[in-house]
Design a protein around this ligand. Sequence first.
Ligand code: FAD
Ligand code: DLZ
Ligand code: SF4
Length: 513
Amino acid sequence: MTTLIPILGDQLSAGLASLAAADPATSIVLMMEVAEEATYVRHHQKKIAFLFSAMRHFADELAAAGWTVDYVRLDDPANSGSFEGEVARAVHRHGATRILTVEAGEWRVIAAQQAWGAATGVPCDILADDRFLSSRAEFAAWAKDRKRMVMEDFYRRMRQRTGLLMDGDAPAGGRWNFDAENRKPPAKGLVSPPLPRFAPDDITCDVLALVAARFGNHFGDLESFGYAVTRADALVALDDFIARRLSSFGDYQDAMVEGQDDLFHSLLSPLLNCGLLLPLEVCRAAEAAYVAGKVPLNAAEGFIRQILGWREYVRGLHWIAGPEYTARNHLGAMRDLPDFYWTGETDMNCLRQCVGATQRNAHAHHIQRLMVLGNFAMLVGVDPAQVHEWYLLVYDDAYGWVEAPNVIGMSQFADGGMMATKPYAAGGAYINRMSNYCRRCRYDVKQRTGPDACPFNSLYWDFLARHRPLLGRNHRLLRMYDGWDRFDTDEQQRIRTQAEAFIASLNIEPPAA
Ligand code: FAD
Ligand code: DLZ
Ligand code: SF4
């Protein structure tokens, strides 16, 4: 009786439910590098290299811990290229009598897992992924019968349940939320400590060569690859963040500074999402730094809210929204993604900087993703399915459960408000306040119309005007519509003409049907 335990690339946790439920003496762990996963969207080269290297290191660690691991490399001539093919081959190879796996983080892969039993003729048990702080069932029960799924309500409940930053029944410091102290514009000369860099070992060098050969034409590059790829590296990255950057995290959470891609962000999302770090240990580390007096409460609370609140909330929402969520298009946006999302070649400095960071690092921080890249795509009316695909392939932390709600819901408002109470739309003034991008831009952020006007300004007003039938009664937008109504008709016309001409210059109209 042999149990086959397929472990996917984002399931690299020693305490994974399938491992906890199995006996190493009668089990074979299967790990597979498959072309289908690297190309169903053409992932950034660094994302593939990171995951393959982390998978290979994890396989070695499992073997050292006494598991029998069957690791199928991408360049194995017999590799079928898909999960389905590799699971079937492994069942046959090992005479497995049972498959035991943990539910994947994407509807697409869950559907594949559900077919493994029938395809191989052996029973396949799919276990819940218990690496999150709120189970799918718990979130669904919380969401049921609620008129609005307000993240802050969910977050407070999670604080109470976990006891994180709690003084008995009350929140530490007497408040649940310290946002008022956070989100400062970047101070002049603001500099953040450099990120820790992990020199590639032999395993990583092999992977880099493989990725260069097989996926060298994908987005991004492999230059200066220095990611954490083991559990030990991941713990070093966590400690480094807590010791050197967390104290300023809250203050500069929304700031963007040219030349400093990551500021005081943790860059822990790829490590959390592939399982090398677990959410509770990361939150506890931040809490401990606060309790020890090493970081202020606004920083610890702001950071913990991202993980205990937002991360768990978007995951819960993803599962209750269903597999059709990524097809939603509330605003009827049909245009193509502009080419510069791939090349970075645009005169708009904010977009050039954010695409550049994404190309270099397979990473960008939240405000770059939301208020520059996502905001622009929504303002010009890009088809949300194209935006979704772009985000899924360019970022090192992108998997369906977390990317889709952030893109379709939070950033594109394509779900009609299931996730966000209003679209995250903004003109150039917001970007100018929160960054130093405008200083070196060919456009003038103060102008709405004319050849030098910042495109975000006319696009913002045009977005509001064109979607008035859908958005005009949203009470959170009433002040913005008042602003629009205060322009005289001639100015409104000038703004809309400016926006239309700019959109036309992008060549993103879909072909006529
Ligand atoms: P930090 O700023 O240091 O935050 C700490 C942690 O909080 C992150 O590591 C992450 O685990 C968590 N977190 C913060 N915000 C969110 C959020 N909105 N959703 C989920 N977790 C959050 N995050 C992903 O992990 N994968 C994605 O594919 C992804 N796509 C996004 C797309 C868009 C359009 C937007 C607006 C946000 C997206 N995010 C995504 C959320 C957020 O931008 C990233 O989690 C964050 O930038 C990761 O960098 P960091 O680890 O330095 O985060
Ligand atoms: C993202 C990714 C890539 C590029 N390659 C693999 C792979 O070869 N083998 C693997 O097990 N997982 C890979 N992944 C991660 C999967 O796409 C991820 O596990 C599913 O999308 C479920 O979230
Ligand atoms: Fe971006 Fe406008 Fe500022 Fe240029 S002026 S960086 S386009 S916000």
